[in-house]
Design a protein around this ligand. Sequence first.
Ligand SMILES: [Fe+2]
Ligand SMILES: [Fe+2]
Length: 500
Amino acid sequence: MSSRADRTTNSTLPAPAVLPSQRPNGHPLEGRAGAISLASDPSGDVRLSEVVSALSYALDITEGQPMGHATRTTLIGMRIARQLGLSQDQLSALYYGLLLKDLGCSSNAARLATLFGSDDQLLKHAFKLTDWTATKDAARYAFKHSLPGKGRIAKAWHMLMLGVREQGTAREMVATRCERGADIARLLRLPSGTPDAIHSVEEHWDGSGMPFGLRGSAIPLLGRIVCLAQTVEVFAAAFDVRTAYEMARTRRGRWFDPTLVEAMASFEFDSAFWGGLRSSATLALVSAIEPEDEVIRCDEDQLDAVSEAFARVIDAKSPYTSRHSVNVSSIAVNVGASMGIAGDDMHTLRRAALLHDIGKLGVSNRVLDKPAALDPDEWASMRKHTAFTLEILKRVARFRQFAATAAAHHERLDGSGYHLGLHGDQLGTISRIIAVADVTEAVSADRPYRAGMPVEEAKQILRRLVAERHLCPVVVEALEGTFTGLPAETPFGELLVRVA
Ligand SMILES: [Fe+2]
Ligand SMILES: [Fe+2]
């Protein structure tokens, strides 16, 4: 198999011990479609805020921030907004803008890692603590974080080249990030103020921000609040509240709208508020402050839309897998339908497939996109992505019941997979379908560095993996049924078009 996107299908490494409490409900089914049973999805609408606030933890790890960054930012931003007396409509749009401000964050991770030759999460974390509009601070940041482990001359040369070759790159990366985040927010049918806020989160009061260099009141008010709230949160978390306020005052009139900094002064010494931000209950606190008159309910369609939105975030993380989650979902749904899966179980299959690799948001692009074999530490890092998937999805009440199912996509029937080393009798139907869809997409879809594999070759690989007791024969048989009638040389990409 190829060394990049396909490397997560590796199943030859020793598997860690199984934690019984983390095992999904398994059942014997090998080779018999009729023996397959599926868990049902509990029905009933939930608040959209409950779903996206829990999923915002995935955005936090992509940004290299401690988990809870977005929820704490939401608490700070909403406190400023209430101080300003914003309307209920504005509060609702701001609420989602604060929670989802980093929806576009994965789109620049690969580029950042390449430019600096460093870990994207470390780069992003340090960047948030840097006054990058001050030349000296920006130069210090670039010198410290480019080419880690290299000498001063190599670093200086690298910086020079960055300056010469990459003029405009930062603005372009911020533009992509903001546009992508706003586009994804629109998919979620949020109030129009939300994508506008996300789009302007990096603009500064004095016009020194990006991507458009908007100035003063030309920057949407909600974007100004998000900009201040997120920066204060980062400083309060990394240092303390006093340092965060000092930073805000220092950048008042440069980065931040002076009125907002003054509004923030009203709760500087509210120890109960700042203490609450340090607690582990920020999800509950955020849920409690959603504007009551503007609560957005999340029905089944909206849950699908949220899953699709986060699949886009996942796929944007690496240029080598830019449609992987979406393609895996298409394959899985097609195979599932041919196996008789329908109703709530189909909702579960689609969402689990879309989100199966959400844990990759926690893996550095230095590992995901490495153009060579991974060393043991890098492999260990890569293998953690399924554990991250489990942890992230477990936080979302409506996704909890399929968290283990989605996280089991690299498990293999013979127990050689990861991260729990589950065996066939512990792997349910949906896990088996996603595992097959994942391998099929990985070996067959077009990649920037190679063309898609023809159907016949894909079949041979799948059959070998069945013979080795890695993949489920029933699912692979159902998948092969979807190839029926296609010439052997058909590129797999055409099949994806067919099933979409
Ligand atoms: Fe994976
Ligand atoms: Fe995958």
